[in-house]
Design a protein around this ligand. Structure first.
Ligand code: ITT
Length: 197
């Protein structure tokens, strides 16, 4: 079965490739280079649906889209849906990450708890829409570490690691991240729904 992946983010394309290969190697995921819709939703679900609908309309194929971001507890869930543009109009991952660390510098929060959210929308050609979500809990580091992944990975320490040997998401291998990330968890929830196409 063919499904269009409605994203212009090459990191998401690579991650989905690895996740799908692990769980649904029979699925043919096709890239999308059509027009990028305006993401003016106020929730991850709204934005994921906007992207999936646009790609389905453009290609006539089933389409899935991921809208994702990092949510910091002490900031009331921000940056959230604004993660890609946290430091301004330009998508600048380094500036976003620095701004977030700056904002936490003067806040007394020993836990620094945060989570990544991935919301995936699936738009089937018959108009049926599904939305699933995956969460990756963790906390924020005080300084970036690691070269892998993208976005906020260098400052995100996933939960569940051995004390004293904790790594940021950017210090995990691709296989390690793709076996536990928010995106992998959302995709896991999507797999049974793909059978309905
Ligand atoms: P598309 O809309 O084309 O899919 P995008 O990068 O603009 O690409 P989003 O609007 O969903 O996607 O923004 C997601 C942002 O959240 C992304 O730019 C990162 O800053 C952050 N983010 C999401 N998932 C992440 C991950 O796995 N690791 C690190 N940062 C992540």
């Amino acid at each position: 079965m063919q499904v269009v992946l409605a994203t212009h983010n090459p990191h998401k394309v690579a991650e989905f490739g690895q996740i799908v290969a692990l769980t649904r190697p029979d699925l043919e995921v096709i890239g999308y280079d059509g027009p990028e819709p305006v993401e003016d939703g106020v929730t991850f679900a709204e934005n994921a649906l906007i992207k999936a609908r646009a790609a389905a309309a453009h290609t006539g194929l089933p389409a899935m889209a991921d809208d994702s971001g990092i949510c910091v507890d002490v900031l009331g869930g921000s940056p959230g849906v604004f993660s890609a543009y946290w430091a301004g109009q330009k998508k600048d991952a380094a500036a976003n990450l620095e701004l977030l660390l700056d904002q936490l510098r003067d806040i007394a929060d020993p836990h620094r708890s945060a989570h990544f959210t991935s919301t995936i929308a699936l738009f089937a050609p018959d108009g049926v829409e599904h939305v699933v979500e995956g969460i990756w809990p963790g906390r924020l580091a005080h300084a970036p570490a690691g070269e892998n992944g993208f976005g906020y990975d260098p400052i995100f320490i996933p939960d569940g690691q051995q004390a004293g040997a904790e790594r940021t998401a950017a210090e995990l291998s691709g296989e390690e991240k793709q076996s536990q990330s928010h995106r992998a968890r959302a995709f896991e929830a999507l797999v049974p729904l793909l059978k309905t196409l």
